[in-house]
Design a protein around this ligand. Structure first.
Ligand code: HEC
Length: 273
C-alpha cells in the first residue's frame, strides 16, 4: 500500500509540475532572462551553489527528489552534487552525468539541451531552460564542476548523505548506492572489506545475507563512494554498514567512526505494486 501511495504522490507531482511549467516559463524571469539575473535574488553564476539554488532546487527537484526520483537521480540540495559529478547516467551508463571539463560528454547537459541518447529533454514536459542558463551550466562543467565551498570538517570523517537513505522505500532496485562524506577520502583506505551490504529480514533480524559489491571513488568526486551490487538487488530490505578496523579514512588520515561499525542506511526495495 505504501508503494501505491508513493506512486500516486509522484504522478501528482508530475501533473502539478507539468501544468505549473506550462504557464510559468520556469527558468525565465518576466523578461525572458535566466532566472535570478535581476532583482533581490542571487544572480545565476557558473558555480555549483548558484546552479543548485536557481535551477536544481526550484525546477528539477520538483520531480528529481526522494525515493521515486526518475532514474534514481536526486537533484535536491543534499544529494545533487554527489549524484551527478563523475557518476554514470542510468539511461546511458557509458556517459557520466557530469564529466568535469567536458560539457559535451556530460549526460545532464545533453538532457537539458535535448540531444541525449535516451528519453526526453529536461525539464520533462518543458519548457526548455533558456539558452543563457544552459550556457552558465556548461561553463561550470568546463571549469571543472567544482563543488560548493564547504568549511572543513572540524572533527573526524563523517557520512553526510546516503542514497537511498534510511527508511526509504525505493520503487526501482538501485543499480548503485551513493555515500557522500564530509571530506576527501583516502583512496588507499577504500576496499570491499570496508563495508557490508546485506539483505535483512523484515523483522529487523540482525543477521543478513551479504551481497557482493564493487566499491569505487568516482574520479570527479573524491568525497563520494559508489557501491555497486554485483547482482540485481530485487525486492526486500537492505542494510549498508561501514566496518571499523581498518575503516575508511580521509586524506588527512582521520578515521571514520573509530573502531566501531556504522550502519549508514537501511532501505526497502518494492518494485511490485
Ligand atoms: C516533470 C518531472 C521532471 C522534471 C521537472 C525534471 N525531470 Fe529529469 N527526468 C524526469 C523523468 C520522468 C526522467 C526519465 C525519462 C526521460 O529521460 O525522459 C528524467 C531523467 C533525467 C535524467 C537522466 C538521468 C540518468 O541518470 O540517466 C537527467 C540527467 C535529468 N532528468 C535531469 C533533469 C534536470 C537537470 C532537470 C531540471 C532542469 C530535470 N531533469 C527536471 C522527470 C523530470
Amino acid at each position: 500500500m505504501r508503494v501505491r501511495r508513493l506512486v500516486i504522490a509522484y504522478l501528482g507531482l508530475l501533473a502539478a509540475s507539468l501544468t505549473g511549467c506550462a504557464g510559468s516559463g520556469a527558468g525565465l524571469d518576466s523578461n525572458g532572462r535566466p532566472i535570478g539575473s535581476e532583482g533581490g535574488g542571487g544572480t545565476l553564476t557558473a558555480d555549483f551553489q548558484s546552479i543548485q539554488d536557481n535551477v536544481f532546487t526550484p525546477i528539477c527537484s520538483v520531480c528529481h527528489a526522494g525515493g521515486a526520483a526518475p532514474q534514481g537521480l536526486r537533484l535536491d540540495a543534499v544529494n545533487s552534487y554527489s549524484m551527478i559529478v563523475g557518476v554514470p547516467s542510468s539511461e546511458d551508463p557509458a556517459v557520466l552525468r557530469i564529466k568535469p571539463g567536458d560539457p559535451d560528454h556530460s549526460y545532464l547537459i545533453q538532457k537539458i539541451e535535448g540531444h541525449a541518447s535516451v528519453g526526453a529533454q529536461m525539464p520533462f514536459g518543458g519548457p526548455a531552460l533558456p539558452a543563457a542558463t544552459i550556457a552558465v551550466m556548461r561553463q561550470w562543467v568546463t571549469d571543472g564542476a567544482q563543488p560548493a565551498a564547504v568549511a572543513a570538517a572540524p572533527t573526524g570523517l563523517s557520512v553526510v548523505a546516503a542514497a537511498p537513505s534510511t527508511g526509504e522505500v525505493v520503487l526501482a532496485a538501485p543499480v548503485q548506492l551513493i555515500l557522500t562524506f564530509s571530506a576527501e577520502l583516502d583512496r588507499a583506505s577504500v576496499a570491499p572489506s570496508t563495508l557490508k551490504l546485506e539483505r535483512i529480514g523484515s523483522g529487523g533480524a540482525s543477521e543478513g545475507v551479504e551481497i557482493p559489491v564493487v566499491v569505487t571513488v568516482p574520479p570527479g568526486n573524491p568525497s563520494a563512494l559508489l557501491v555497486t551490487p554485483r547482482e540485481p538487488l530485487g525486492d526486500g530490505r537492505f542494510r549498508l554498514t561501514l566496518l571499523g578496523r581498518p575503516g575508511l579514512a580521509d586524506i588527512g588520515g582521520r578515521q571514520l567512526g573509530g573502531d566501531a561499525d556504522v550502519t549508514v542506511t537501511t532501505f526497502l526495495v518494492e518494485t511490485a505494486p
